[in-house]
Design a protein around this ligand. Structure first.
Ligand code: CA
Length: 343
């Protein structure tokens, strides 16, 4: 009896621990058609595709995570408090110092600020320490076949994952990342990996899972490929003139305004950019009510990494804080002690 109770308790416990997962039913017509395309159109071996698909699990935890991304439900004041914290800033300063030589080399080559590369890593994965534990095949197949609202996108990324694994000679089952199939410290989705990753250390491979040279050079290249403007600002705080119309509704991620057109609409801000420079008014719910920012081309480039106004602003503000931190000399405990001994 006691034994039964113990076994029962253990079963309940293990059910609570493991999220429901089930093998993907490869007989489903849309899955069979997808697999057939991989063989017929992309030239994969049937045995390989079958083996990969037989190992795929559709996971409820992935569907649950997908239905509540942070930036959709939180106001800016809460979102900012997640990413702009003393720990994330000091972690970024430490990371910057550890990788300073390679960061400075990449900045010299691309014009992408070193602290921005670090801030992307800080927001995405806390400098590579939280890269996610989902197998990318599971994540992309779960969302591609069991999450109808975005099935087209995720099936396409699943195909990209197969192509990526073949090109980079990676074990597809060993590629681990976020619940949405984003890989490694920089969280590149497979199509971005294929299109924008570069070989930073010249060994002929693009390793975004383990190689920091490749990872940092690839983040910089992502911005270069999305029209990064070296030396230009990212965003600046703005006010709306008392008698001007206030923006309503969520900010559209479209660069339809310019520095001059925003100024004419009563948006007050300071910039050295010409009146013809593209610009975007961002309106947010801050800690002290409505908060306005003007984003320039480089802000828009950050939204290409993740299509969210709050994401881009968090990355920008974290990069500023890290940049400021790296310009402050590190506290030397030995010197401090020596000074305190002086009477
Ligand atoms: Ca490499």
């Amino acid at each position: 009896m006691a034994n039964f109770a113990a076994t029962f308790a253990l079963t309940v416990f293990s059910l609570l621990l493991s999220s429901p997962a089930s093998s993907l039913d490869t007989a489903r017509p849309e899955i069979a058609a997808f697999s057939a395309d991989l063989v017929q159109k992309d030239g994969f071996e049937q045995a390989y595709v079958t083996a990969v698909f037989n190992g795929i699990e559709s996971k409820q935890s992935i569907l649950d995570a997908m239905s509540k991304p942070a930036e959709k439900v939180k106001p800016w004041s809460d979102y900012r408090n997640i990413f702009i914290t003393p720990r994330r800033i000091s972690g970024g300063v430490d990371f910057f110092r550890e990788h300073e030589a390679r960061l400075r080399k990449i900045t010299a080559q691309t014009g992408v600020p070193a602290e921005l590369i670090v801030a992307i890593l800080g927001v995405e994965t806390f400098y590579g320490t939280r890269t996610g534990s989902f197998r990318a095949v599971d994540a992309l197949a779960t969302l591609g076949f069991d999450y109808p609202p975005r099935s087209t996108f995720f099936r396409s990324e699943l195909r990209q994952l197969f192509l990526l694994a073949r090109e980079e000679q990676l074990d597809i089952g060993g590629l681990v990342g976020s619940y949405a199939g984003a890989l490694g410290p920089p969280q590149f989705i497979p199509s971005s990996y294929r299109n924008f990753a570069v070989d930073g250390n010249g060994d002929g491979r693009r390793d975004l899972l383990r190689n920091w040279d490749d990872i940092m050079a690839s983040i910089a290249n992502y911005f270069v490929e999305h029209n990064w403007q070296p030396g230009q600002p990212i965003a600046t705080r703005a006010e709306i003139a008392r008698d001007a119309a206030r923006p309503t509704g969520p900010t559209e991620l479209v660069m339809k305004d310019t520095v001059g057109s925003l100024a004419r609409q009563g948006v007050q801000f300071t910039t050295d950019l010409p009146v013809t420079a593209p610009a975007l008014l961002v309106s947010l719910q801050g800690e002290e009510g409505d908060e306005y920012w003007v984003g320039f081309q480089n802000y828009f480039a950050i939204t290409r990494y993740n299509r969210s106004t709050m994401y881009a602003l968090a990355v920008f503000q974290l990069s500023e804080a890290i940049g400021a931190g790296t310009r402050t000399p590190p506290v030397n405990p030995v010197e401090q002690k020596a000074t305190s001994l002086v009477p």
